[in-house]
Design a protein around this ligand. Structure first.
Ligand code: AMP
Ligand code: MG
Length: 420
């Protein structure tokens, strides 16, 4: 497939954020981007992985008409008369009524989760009944079916509860457990090679000289790879040297995706694009009108009988994290087998906590905190020193999205937020 928006080796393809996101999505959902295999994992080990076959209901859910209240199973027609009902028995969850079908004028004391006996068509809440030793009275009128979930109303036996391609969270684990799955089939994780470039970098365990920097990006990238269902492969740090970058890239082509950090800006020692070009890379974009993250690069390299996608992420740590989350994350999701309608990124809305001056011409992603009470979410930008300020990013729980055309945003307005 040809790149959507530019010639294969164009050295400068700068897109707006939306076009860049669309370009990544098009590549991510192209038919040959499929996971490499599947494996079976115990239920808990499958958390955050991508389901490789549907979870099916092994029986009707609920398997019996389930009382949703503690109270009295009775006939709704009887309540209309206002007569006293005689209590003829008791049913707790885990028990089943073995007596005759409930006759008119009678009620059975029942607990939440117990099967509603034949003859009864509703459950009167205990709070709404005047209870005598062996009878009840109420002024309430109930309709047939009230406080009862009929057998099979939630799902019928054989129905699909969780679709293939779903990221497995607690709710999917609950559904699988309820249907007797001790293990789940999941897609194998794509291997994502992580190559940090920069002469200034020292290993995290090393002692940096005053002018040196610890290589934190390899770790933030690896953490994000894990979050998106990939398997991080940390490669040695690469010097700012074209030949060194080329051979590091070539060695990493055994992975399913390459993530480079640093060396994609306009500096004299930013050689990543040159190295990629020397290896016959096809570029989809070489920059995005966004802040942070403007120099981000996306393309693919010939490898074996096909190609490998790569991202060149800017080295500034906040840029690295934001561009990963917006662009690399969805591609990893696709390589991991995630359904295309679930790839993200996902945005939410919140009310802005103060006025904000924007920079028209760039989509901004500003580190911020979203705070929610039960009725409303408010977002407040965090003071920051720009795209190298990981101290600010580490206080953030989201990025406030300021669209490209916007000049200012006002206190109280509804704004877009990228939870992070
Ligand atoms: P670059 O994108 O190579 O121009 O780097 C931009 C900034 O990010 C510089 O201040 C670098 O020192 C910093 N940087 C680059 N790579 C890393 C890394 N792996 N970890 C932390 N900071 C980095
Ligand atoms: Mg650099």
């Amino acid at each position: 497939m040809e790149p959507a928006s530019a010639s294969p080796s164009s050295p400068s393809i700068v897109l707006g954020y939306s076009d860049a996101a669309r370009t990544v999505r098009e590549q991510a959902t192209s038919s040959d981007e499929r996971p490499r295999g599947t494996e079976s994992l115990t239920l808990l080990d499958s958390l955050s992985r991508i389901l490789a076959a549907p979870v099916l209901a092994d029986r009707d859910q609920p398997p019996f008409p389930r009382s949703t209240r503690d109270g009295f199973a009775c006939r709704s027609a009887d309540l209309a008369s206002g007569d006293t009902l005689q209590i003829v028995g008791q049913l707790r969850a885990g028990e089943v009524w073995t007596g005759p079908a409930l006759e008119p004028g009678r009620a059975i004391e029942i607990m939440t989760g117990a099967p509603v006996p034949a003859g009864a068509d509703c459950v009167l809440m205990v709070e709404h009944a005047a209870v005598d030793a062996s009878s009840i009275r109420t002024t309430r009128q109930l309709t047939a079916g009230e406080n009862v979930v009929p057998a099979g109303a939630e799902a019928q036996a054989g129905a699909t509860l969780v679709l293939t391609g779903t990221r497995i969270g607690p709710q999917q684990i609950a559904a699988a457990a309820a249907c007797g799955y001790a293990s789940l089939p999941v897609h194998t994780r794509p291997r994502v090679a992580i190559l940090a470039t920069g002469d200034e970098l020292v290993p995290v365990a090393g002692q940096p000289l005053p002018h040196q920097i610890r290589n934190s990006n390899s770790y933030s990238i690896a953490a994000q790879v894990l979050q998106h269902g990939g398997k991080p492969v940390l490669r040695p740090t690469v010097r700012d040297n074209v030949a060194a970058i080329e051979s590091a890239i070539e060695e990493a082509l055994t992975s399913d995706l390459l993530i480079l950090s640093g060396g994609v800006s306009m500096g004299k020692y930013d050689f990543v694009e040159q190295a990629l070009l020397n290896l016959n890379a096809e570029f989809f974009f070489t920059g995005v009108r966004m802040q942070p993250g403007r120099p981000v690069v996306f393309g693919r390299l010939p490898a074996g009988d096909g190609y490998r996608y790569f991202f060149g992420l800017p080295g500034n740590p906040v840029s690295t994290m934001v561009t990963f989350a917006l662009f690399a994350g969805p591609l990893i999701g696709a390589l991991a087998g995630q359904a295309s309608d679930q790839l993200g990124p996902r945005f939410v809305e919140a009310h802005l906590a103060r006025d904000l001056q924007a920079k028209p011409g760039l989509t901004q992603f500003l580190p911020a905190r979203i705070e929610s009470d039960s009725t409303k979410a408010t977002v407040r930008p965090i003071a920051w020193q720009g795209s190298g300020d990981q101290a600010a990013a580490s206080k953030a729980n989201c990025f406030l999205v300021v669209p490209e055309q916007v000049e200012k945003l006002s206190f109280g307005s509804t704004v877009t937020v990228f939870p992070f």
